[in-house]
Design a protein around this ligand. Structure first.
Ligand code: THU
Ligand code: ZN
Length: 297
């Protein structure tokens, strides 16, 4: 089991802890498939709801919050019953706008795994306005059920009445809906660029057309990516660097393992994320940010 869970596991019911320990092995990155969920319920005798609130204690351990020391965990459930954990991430010494909220992290985790929607989300603290707005961007967002400790389940529409969303800006294909934007790059020899092209083509940038992605390569050769996810209210957008860093942290890697960092952006974008991405990267690494502009076709 990974060290970061040792303290929390001892607080969980013994039957649940025993079943969970082998799942929290060195490969664990915050995902449970439906079979594992069924296994955890059967072994622990807990209801789904009881299980989820215990698992939030594990999700919270994925948090890195050097500024607030306030650790938030979230778990998004995908369309087939997979669970995707996320937690907040703050970058030491950098502007607060660089932070990732637990809800954004969990939803981006589901999206990176190919999910096209979320039905339910569990959070250990009430979702802030920014997160309500972020959830409202996803396909069927208004109907997402929000589960909080000691609180009746309510839909996002109840937490965010009179919502402003993608439809107000004429966007018909919201976040997480499958869409593919074709981007082309001359250099096909660099695997990092190929990976960045793949992710940028799946990114969500209906407001700026800045289809973009970040790929981080570690010294051991593993890569962690993030895609740009814009928001109708602009400020709650999730940057590709933040998504990639959250992905890396979730996989239990340290920032000192980063060997290369690539930002790939579409030539058709109305803006560039180069400065904001470099600023975030410099907070945690001395590696320079490589910048590629791909042709939008
Ligand atoms: N936070 C969340 O992760 N979700 C919320 O909706 C509430 C706030 C995080 C952001 C920041 O890292 C810390 O909690 C303090 O606001
Ligand atoms: Zn929030």
């Amino acid at each position: 089991m990974q060290d970061r869970f040792i303290k929390q596991i001892s607080q969980l019911p013994a039957d649940l802890a025993a079943e969970l320990v082998p799942m929290l092995n060195r490969h664990f990155s915050g995902h449970f498939d439906p079979q594992q969920v069924a296994q955890l319920m059967a072994a622990s005798g807990l209801s789904k709801s009881e299980l989820m609130f215990h698992l939030l204690q594990i999700a919270k351990q994925l948090s890195l919050a050097p500024i607030s020391q306030f650790h938030v965990g979230a778990i998004a459930e995908g369309n087939r019953g997979d669970l995707y954990m996320g937690a907040n991430l703050e970058l030491q010494g950098r502007a607060l706008c660089h932070s990732v909220h637990a809800e954004q992290h969990a939803i981006s985790h589901a999206w990176l795994n190919g999910e096209t929607g979320i039905k339910d989300i569990w959070i250990n603290a009430t979702p802030c306005g920014h997160c309500r707005q972020f959830i409202n961007e996803i396909e069927g967002g208004a109907q997402v059920n929000i589960h909080l400790p000691n609180t009746a389940v309510k839909t996002l529409a109840e937490y965010l009445p009179n919502a402003f969303g993608p439809a107000d800006l004429g966007v018909a294909a919201p976040l997480m809906q499958k869409q593919q934007h074709t981007l082309y790059c001359d250099d096909q020899s660099d695997p990092l660029i190929i990976e960045a092209l793949d992710h940028a083509s799946l990114s969500y940038a209906p407001y700026s057309a800045n289809h973009s992605a970040v790929v981080l390569e570690l010294y051991d050769g593993q890569t962690y990516s993030g895609r740009y996810a814009e928001n109708a209210a602009f400020n709650p957008s999730m940057m590709p660097m933040q998504m990639a860093l959250a992905n890396l942290v979730r996989h239990n890697h340290g920032f000192d393992e980063i060997k290369r960092a690539v930002l790939l952006e579409s030539s058709a974008g109305a803006l560039s994320l180069i400065d904001v991405s470099s600023d975030a990267l410099q907070a945690i690494s001395a590696v320079p940010l490589e910048h590629i502009v791909a042709e939008a076709i």
